[in-house]
Structure formats: structure tokens, C-alpha cells
Design a protein around this ligand. Structure first.
Ligand SMILES: [Ca+2]
Ligand SMILES: [Ca+2]
Ligand SMILES: [Ca+2]
Ligand SMILES: [Ca+2]
Length: 433
């Protein structure tokens, strides 16, 4: 490259850098330094700054997330539902949502998907390419891209930019995409749950996509994939996958089975495998502390699968299954399973803590992180269906928020004890994180 070109490129890079605001508080839609509650129900979603007026948009929502897609320092709201993704940009003044843009598969540069795709049933936001603009991954678990894999599922990655979320450089991935480990199958439901975080410890957020295979009759186990973030965005090279159960008569990388062998045909051991679907809910957090984030996925009837991160993705040798007695519903089919798990550092020890909702009983289990992994669960009577950890008061420590459809309950936790609770009358079971 001639020196003059280098200078121009450098100047352009510096210029771009200068226009990007520092990371806003996650979920701070109106820019007052505190996360706002973003809550959704069947026909609408709203931004509710604590102690202020709510802004409501009518829209069918099945998943909610927030991120600063245009880098202006205000969190923007992403709402999936009805096969489309709506992005509403944050605004300081009331109403706190401004411009809205829709993204629909097969339109305006968004990659096409098969009929009945369920695009928007799951969302996760992160700056996968570290350009200062939050990006989003959108699950389309119901899509059929290949007749050999009805409802095999897919996910689409869209990148942020100065002008906001854009479909240029959009990436569509499924288990049939070359480079992706495994293979798509009937009702695999790849893309049913998504999460993001730095599993590989290189400073880039990685994308976690699950395939819970959870439809009755197809309860063949589940799968969790980790796709690496990079300067070029989400890459398929180096995808690591953990799966369980009988996959087309083969026991693949058996994780939740006793005595299964890896990779080979092994029908004899299939009976020992869990047929519980896993991965209806998934989150990423540094539960053990250190450089590599862990992947936390809900398994079948009240268990959590903790997968340790490492430089090359999931470290399959170091998995852990934690039983949560009485905690059910972290993986049963239904609505927004992802919301039943949350990760964040509640006790400020530098390690992520896990919150899991028990939909049946309304209890919440908090598992504090430690160097040895999650500590035994502590219960909170919450009456909540979905959980989120959000810093609602701006002191950098997250509060616990639960939504049960009619109200949102907020819990302030200090020294691992609930010190204050508040209940807000807010309709909706979905809480963005
Ligand atoms: Ca923004
Ligand atoms: Ca980005
Ligand atoms: Ca912690
Ligand atoms: Ca706080």
C-alpha cells in the first residue's frame, strides 16, 4: 500500500473511531445512565424508565433485546415476532423510541428463509466485529432450508453501522452451512435460543446458537454451537459443538450420557443418553471468572449444563451438570425459554452469577459464580416467569427483574441478600436484557 493511501485509511479509521460513543449502559434507551425496563407482551412492547413515563409500541413480540446499533450512545430496542424483526432507535426525549425499521427475510437484502421460518423467535445482541456498533443474531428455528431437514432452523446475523442496523454483509447460518459442525435434521430447531459472550477469550464476543431438537417425537437430544466473533464478524471456522443423545442412530460427542463413545456409531449406548432436549435456554457468563466465558444451557427437567470456554471454543473435557431440584421449565417447549436464564455479576466479585426461573413454582434460583464453578442455588420467592439482570439504578451492579405477564418485580440484592423489592404493574412476560 503506498504511504498516502495508508494515511488516508488511518485518518478514516480514526474518524470512524471518533464518532462512536463509549459503550452505553446496557439497556439505557433514553441515555440517563441507567438501564430501562423493556417489557413485551403478546401485542406490544414498552420502554419503562424507572420513575418515568413508558413508551409503548404495538407489535407482536416473541423476543426482545437491546443494543446500540447506531453507536449514538443510546440503547435501541430489537423486537422479534410475526416473522419480522423491528428495530426502534432510542431517544433521549419522550417518547423514548424514535425511528423504527423492519427486517424481513428475503426483503431488502435480508437473506431468504423457507416458509414459516419463525425469524425473530430468538435474539442476541453483541458487537461481534468490535467496530463500536452493536450487531444482532436473529434465530429462525422453524425454517426449512433443505427438505431433508424440515424445521432444521437457521440464524441470521445483521451488523450495526453509523446508520443503524443494516442487512449488508448479513450472514445466514444453519447446520447445513459448509463449515458448521453437525448436520441439520428434522425439527432440530437450530436457532431456538441464542446468546453471546467471549467464550474464546480473544476480546471478541462469540455467538452461541442452540438446536434443542425439542419437538415431540424428535426428542433426540440437543446441541450448543459456538461461532467465533472476529474483525470480520461471526465466522464459521472453528465452530465448536456439544450435542447429546441419539443423532440419526449415532451417539455424537455424548455429553449428557454415561458410557457413550465419541463420534462413532454407538446405538448400544443410546439408551443411556439423555433424551431431554437441552438448549431451550442459553446464556454466556464468566461463572468461573478469568478470561474465558462459560456457556450455560438449560437441560430437560431442571438441570443446567455448564460448558467451560477456552481458546478454541467450548472445552468439551470440562463440562458440568448442575441439578436444580424443583426448578422445571427451563427447557419445555412454549414461549421464550431464553428468558428463564440470566447471567450477571450480582455480588461484584468479578464472576458471573446465574439466575434461573422456575416457571412452575415461581421460584428463582441464584447460583453465585466461584473459581470452582456455580455455588449451590439460593432461592428467592419471586413469582416470576422470566428473568433479567439489569442495572436499573446505574450503580454498575445489576438488579434482578422478573416478569409474570401482569407485573414486573424488581429485587435489589446486596451481600447476596434481597434488600429491597418493588413491583410495577407492567403487562408482558418478556424482558429484554
Ligand atoms: Ca442507539
Ligand atoms: Ca459491530
Ligand atoms: Ca459474582
Ligand atoms: Ca444497580
Amino acid at each position: 500500500m503506498p504511504p498516502r493511501v495508508v494515511i488516508v485509511v488511518l485518518a478514516a479509521a480514526l474518524c470512524v473511531g471518533a464518532t462512536v460513543s463509549p459503550d452505553p449502559v446496557r439497556g439505557d434507551v433514553n441515555g440517563e445512565g441507567r438501564a430501562d425496563l423493556v417489557v413485551g407482551g403478546p401485542g406490544s412492547f414498552m420502554v419503562q424508565p424507572l420513575g418515568s413515563k413508558a413508551t409503548t409500541l404495538s407489535r407482536r413480540v416473541t423476543a426482545l433485546s437491546t443494543g446500540d446499533f447506531n453507536g449514538d450512545g443510546l440503547a435501541d430496542v430489537a423486537a422479534g415476532g410475526g416473522g419480522t424483526l423491528t428495530v426502534a432507535y432510542g431517544r433521549r426525549a419522550y417518547p423514548h423510541l424514535g425511528r423504527t425499521v423492519r427486517f424481513t427475510p428475503g426483503r431488502g437484502g435480508v437473506p431468504p428463509l423457507g416458509a414459516g421460518h419463525g425469524f425473530g423467535n430468538a435474539l442476541t445482541t453483541a458487537d461481534f466485529n468490535r467496530d463500536g456498533y452493536t450487531d444482532i443474531a436473529v434465530g429462525a428455528p422453524e425454517t426449512t432450508l433443505d427438505s431433508a431437514a424440515t424445521h432444521g432452523g437457521a440464524a441470521v446475523v445483521l451488523y450495526g453501522s453509523r446508520g443503524g442496523l443494516t442487512s449488508s454483509r448479513a450472514l445466514r447460518l444453519s447446520e447445513n452451512t459448509p463449515g458448521v459442525v453437525g448436520f441439520s435434521q428434522h425439527s432440530r430447531l437450530f436457532g431456538a435460543a441464542l446468546a453471546s459472550g467471549d467464550v474464546t477469550g480473544d476480546g471478541y464476543s462469540d455467538l452461541v446458537v442452540t438446536a434443542p431438537s425439542g419437538r415431540p417425537g424428535y426428542d433426540i437430544g440437543g446441541a450448543v454451537h459456538v461461532f467465533r466473533g472476529s474483525a470480520k464478524g461471526v465466522t464459521l471456522a472453528g465452530d465448536t459443538m456439544v450435542t447429546s443423545g441419539n443423532v440419526d442412530g449415532r451417539v455424537m460427542d455424548v455429553e449428557a450420557c454415561a458410557g457413550g463413545s465419541k463420534g462413532a456409531d454407538n446405538e448400544a449406548n443410546t439408551a443411556q443418553c439423555t433424551r431431554d432436549p437441552f438448549g431451550w435456554s442459553v446464556r454466556v457468563g464468566r461463572v468461573h471468572g478469568g478470561k474465558y466465558a462459560d456457556v450455560v444451557a438449560g437441560i430437560g427437567t431442571g438441570k443446567l449444563l455448564i460448558l467451560r470456554g477456552g481458546p478454541s471454543g467450548i472445552d468439551k473435557r470440562r463440562k458440568k451438570i448442575v441439578a436444580l431440584p424443583g426448578i422445571t421449565g427451563t427447557s419445555a417447549p412454549g414461549n421464550d425459554h431464553a428468558g428463564s436464564l440470566a447471567t450477571g455479576d450480582i455480588d461484584r466479585d468479578g464472576r458471573s452469577d446465574i439466575v434461573a426461573a422456575a416457571r412452575a413454582t415461581g421460584d428463582i434460583a441464584v447460583l453465585y459464580g466461584s473459581a470452582g464453578g456455580p455455588r449451590p442455588p439460593i432461592r428467592i420467592r419471586a413469582g416470576g416467569a422470566n428473568v433479567a439482570l439489569l442495572d436499573l439504578d446505574g450503580d454498575t451492579v445489576p438488579e434482578l427483574a422478573t416478569a409474570d405477564g401482569e407485573s414486573v418485580r424488581l429485587f435489589w440484592i446486596k451481600n447476596r441478600r434481597v434488600t429491597e423489592t418493588r413491583t410495577l404493574s407492567l403487562p408482558g412476560t418478556l424482558i429484554a436484557r
